[in-house]
Design a protein around this ligand. Structure first.
Ligand SMILES: NC(=O)c1ccc[n+]([C@@H]2O[C@H](COP(=O)([O-])OP(=O)(O)OC[C@H]3O[C@@H](n4cnc5c(N)ncnc54)[C@H](OP(=O)(O)O)[C@@H]3O)[C@@H](O)[C@H]2O)c1
Length: 338
């Protein structure tokens, strides 16, 4: 499998390192060598957190999609449009598999990209876009495939969970906890997408698509972030036997006429301490899925750069093994509008 990696920041560089350091076990599990043949980013002179010796640097990233010696493109650039979209769309059109961590892109244009993949026979995979190392999309598509899902709710943003945990445990105020999250590399230098709930909404839109067969629709999600959460709110919640968590929630509700709708929201929510998700602290992510036959299943783990690379490379192994699945678990054109 000949791989080109676009973007060499936190996620892309970690993916390169993982492919190199675990090369032997990956080859055994994938049934073939996973070779990085080319990389691209903006600035060739920038020091990278990975060894690029012997790997070709491509100046025009979009050229990756045109090359006959590339089977699979890893997109770790980011953004719902521009260079990332152009590369992913061009690669899929040419029948090259794409593995991406880009939740903004998949939430905004995932159906269009999944359609391109289906037309060309390429695989589009984005486990890394939701909750880092936590294989929640695979769990929905495969392990829980027999169920009608009735609800999904999760702590989908490690930065917000870290801030709320610091405030609660140490009495830190919001601004100090946010500054620490930035210093430790959890939050972006512009953390608005995290703390205003946008990042959580992107991930929720993708989870909803896979869980309920609904096209991602950011416009239908009510979104409230954590800026307004105060220390007093957290103390009040503790006094009532609970904690406040920023949750992404999607629930299937039956209308009066018997038809079903999926209601999606992102907001700080009171969670009783008796519920397992209340115990998920710090930078950890967790998703709780309720199915009609499975009941509740909770999966948790780490987000951020290295764990996200773990999910990216797992998707590559799946593709190398010849495992194919619809990107959202069903054909793109059969996804319902929310
Ligand atoms: N960081 C995380 O914890 C995390 C977790 C889950 C998912 N993700 C997703 O993973 C993706 C990458 O995130 P990241 O944190 O790794 O970002 P990052 O550290 O900012 O890295 C982005 C990379 O893309 C390159 N790039 C940006 N614009 C480009 C362009 N127009 N042409 C060529 N290269 C370009 C940058 O090049 P230079 O380095 O030369 O500037 C950089 O190497 C995003 O979609 C993000 O949402 C990130």
């Amino acid at each position: 499998m000949r791989i080109a990696v676009a973007g060499l920041g936190h996620v892309g560089a970690a993916a390169v390192r993982l492919l190199q350091e675990n090369r032997d076990i990956l080859a055994a599990r994938a049934g073939c060598d996973l070779d990085i043949v080319a990389v691209a980013a903006r600035d060739k002179a920038k020091p990278r957190a990975c060894d690029l010796s012997g790997i070709e640097w491509i100046n025009a990233m979009s050229d990756m999609a045109l090359r006959d010696d590339v089977d699979l493109v890893v997109e770790a650039v980011g953004g719902a449009s521009g260079a990332a979209y152009d590369l992913v769309a061009a690669a899929l059109r040419r029948g090259k598999h794409v593995v991406t961590a880009n939740k903004a892109l998949i939430a905004a244009r995932g159906v269009e990209l999944a359609t391109l993949a289906e037309r060309s026979g390429a695989q589009l995979s984005f486990e890394a876009a939701v909750c880092g190392a936590v294989p929640v999309l695979k769990m929905l598509r495969e392990g829980l495939a027999a169920n009608r899902i009735t609800a999904v709710r999760g702590i989908l943003n490690g930065t917000c969970n870290y801030i709320l945990t610091r405030m609660e445990n140490e009495g830190a105020d919001f601004a100090d906890a946010l500054a620490d999250a930035q210093r430790l590399g959890y939050a972006e230098s512009d953390p608005s997408d995290d703390i205003d709930g946008i990042d959580t909404a992107n991930k929720l839109a993708i989870l909803t698509a896979v869980a309920f067969g609904r096209a991602p629709d950011l416009g239908s999600i009510f979104v409230e972030g954590i800026r307004a959460v105060t220390l007093q709110d957290l103390r009040d919640a503790a006094a009532k036997g609970g904690r406040i968590k920023l949750l992404g929630i999607a629930e299937c509700v039956t209308r009066d006429d018997g038809t079903q709708n999926v209601i999606q929201r992102v907001q700080p929510v009171f969670v009783p301490i008796s519920e397992p998700i209340a115990a998920v602290d710090g930078v950890f992510n967790a998703v709780e899925i309720t199915g009609d036959f499975s009941g509740q299943t909770l999966i948790q783990g780490r987000g951020a750069g290295e764990p996200t690379a773990s999910a990216l490379v797992a998707d590559i192994v799946d593709i190398a093994r010849g495992n194919r699945s619809y990107a959202f678990g069903v054909p793109a054109q059969s996804l319902d509008e929310t």
